[in-house]
Design a protein around this ligand. Structure first.
Ligand code: FES
Length: 90
């Protein structure tokens, strides 16, 4: 099935790219941009992005490595802490 009509990318292309990236690096975080680059293409109109991401999510190799999970909350807390310190009067 064609997922991205601008670049003629199929669901099989997306799964193959994800499988290849995971086999190459088990710790990598796989994004739509990386899938496009792995396929030697780049997004054009972006109209396919919701279907593109939904297709990516069907792949079992998309998982985020355990040691990289929950960084968002930690980074957010650190940013909040930096912001708080920036507003203090010395
Ligand atoms: S349909 Fe995928 S970038 Fe346009």
């Amino acid at each position: 099935m064609i997922v991205c009509s601008c670049q003629n990318i199929t669901d099989r292309d997306i799964h193959a790219a994800i499988d290849w990236m995971r086999a190459s690096d088990e710790r990598t975080i796989i994004t739509p941009g990386k899938v496009y680059r792995a396929l030697g293409k780049s997004a054009d109109c972006g109209g396919c992005m919701s279907l593109f991401v939904a297709t990516m999510r069907q792949n079992d190799n998309l998982h985020v490595p355990t040691e990289l999970r929950n960084l968002r909350g930690t980074a957010k807390e650190k940013a909040h802490e930096r912001q708080r310190k920036g507003h203090r009067i010395p």
